[in-house]
Design a protein. Sequence first.
Length: 242
Amino acid sequence: MDSRVTNEIMVARFFYGCPKEGGNKMKSKLRHFNVVVISAFFALMLVIATAVPASATLTQIRVDSWDLMEVDFNYGDHTSGYAGEFTVSLYSDTLGWGDSQSAFCVDLDSYISQTTYDIESMLQPVTAGIAWLMDTYSSPSATTVANAALQGAIWKVLYEDDFDLTGPSEVTALYGDYLYALENATIDTEYFLSNYSIVNLDGYQNLLVQNSSGAPVPEPTTMLLFGAGLIGLAGVGRKKIK
């Protein structure tokens, strides 16, 4: 058979279906292909919907508790004070109250109590070093002494020559270790400055926190995408059953 005629027959079969049993097979394959494409499209919508983050503006901070101990230090007219870890919760109108998390003082000139405060603003840390210290040494298993030493190291980075921790000895030993480790650390500045913030309380003690406040709540756009994806997949499923 002439090759040109053969090609024309193949093209005709592709567009119009093969005669006899071949046409049914081709149509079945095309229907299956359409179902796969549509399923993939709606599955992609579901992925996008679950990946869209909900924006949130933090408006309040609650100081739930603290683990502090008295330490000796030189800072202006002060020769002693309390150092350690705070446990706080952050609130936003979108997300509500987030999970409890650790926080450390970055303001030696103010005071704070176990109560709820309005947040004036969220500030970027003045240096990635304090975020690195908190990220590296803050943990649920840290002792009171370790938390006091970490707090002292954060103050030292912030206030430099204007501050020095002088006692007790078990705190100053760890304090020196933390500062030595910081001097020799390779720090991802972009990561730490974007994952940690300073809670500015305007007149009260500012606190260093990690940028996490619980599971996000979907926004309207996210809900529409998610709903469309579910409806589409349900429709495809019913079509396949039929």
